[in-house]
Design a protein around this ligand. Structure first.
Ligand code: GTP
Ligand code: MG
Length: 262
């Protein structure tokens, strides 16, 4: 048998990367991990589509739209593996699927506190969504002032050769809560987690002011008469002949701006 030597290894093809792992094996592991992460990207796409559908449907059916902004982020491979190491989870895909539930993150920012429950309900009641976990940091505000509703849901992703159920972390919060959280995040990073006491108490006070603003806005919102909501109950039996005749008449009926072109 030939004695092992780096040169020989190279002669036989790419078999070592300096860590005693064959390059082909490393490539296989990397490809599997990329494929695993892709499932989370698809899950984000699905949840984002669901939220955009709700938003568009609200715009069409109601007088106002509770969804102000939707954002998402996919955790980087490095931070996924860093979290696995930090939390001492087993370094394999099954363990990551079960334990790291925030690889796919979607944030929904809404106008009023009451919208948070509405949006949660609309997502949770969808047949393909399962709520695995709920953390209500609004009823139980974090000591630093952080407020948000966190849901961990799982959603099926239909891949070319299999179906995967992927967990997604959905954060739902108001504009004021979001404003506070993004500033706190910047401050936290600037001080690398060691926020000076005066800033900490200013942040806690700002969180209190944000809550007061949310409550005032909610009260104002309630006072505004939104009038009767259009009902879809009779929609199936409506006589569309009336609509057809008016659309094909010499002077077609004017649809509301933004309506779908018919
Ligand atoms: P991680 O292990 O960091 O994921 O925390 P966790 O599993 O205990 O979940 P938690 O619900 O505490 O936080 C999840 C996410 O919520 C974070 O990644 C942030 O996006 C957000 N979050 C939680 N706490 C805070 C906070 O105090 N300030 C800000 N700005 N964001 C927060
Ligand atoms: Mg997290």
């Amino acid at each position: 048998m030939k004695p092992w030597h780096p040169e020989h290894a190279r002669d036989d093809g790419p078999t070592d990367n300096g860590h005693g792992i064959a390059v082909d094996d490393l490539r296989l592991i990397r490809d599997q991990f990329v494929d695993f992460m892709l499932g989370y990207k698809f899950a984000i796409d699905e949840v984002t589509t669901k939220i955009n559908i709700l938003r568009e449907d609200f715009n069409n059916t109601h007088e106002y739209n509770p969804i102000e902004h939707v954002g998402s982020r996919l955790k980087s491979p490095e931070s996924v593996l860093e979290k696995v190491r930090r939390k001492n989870y087993a370094m394999n895909l099954t363990s990551i699927r079960e334990n790291v539930l925030d690889i796919a993150g979607v944030r929904v920012v809404c106008s009023f506190i009451s919208d948070i429950a509405t949006i949660k309900q609309m997502l949770a009641s969808q047949a393909d969504i399962t709520v695995l976990e709920e953390r209500d940091y609004i009823t139980h505000r974090k000591p630093n002032g952080y407020q948000s509703l966190h849901l961990i849901v799982s959603i099926p992703v239909f891949r070319s050769d299999r179906t995967e159920r992927i967990p997604v972390e959905i954060q739902i919060r108001t504009i004021a809560m979001d404003f506070w959280a993004s500033l706190e995040h910047k401050i936290y990073y600037k001080y690398r987690g060691e926020v000076p006491p005066n800033l900490r108490s200013d942040l806690a006070q700002a969180a209190e002011v944000a809550t007061q603003l949310d409550e005032q806005m909610e009260a104002l919102h309630r006072q505004v008469d939104r009038g009767p909501q259009p009902s879809r109950r009779r929609a199936d039996s409506l006589d569309l002949g009336v609509l057809y005749r008016s659309l094909t008449a010499d002077h077609p009926v004017q649809l509301r701006p933004g309506d779908l072109p018919l």
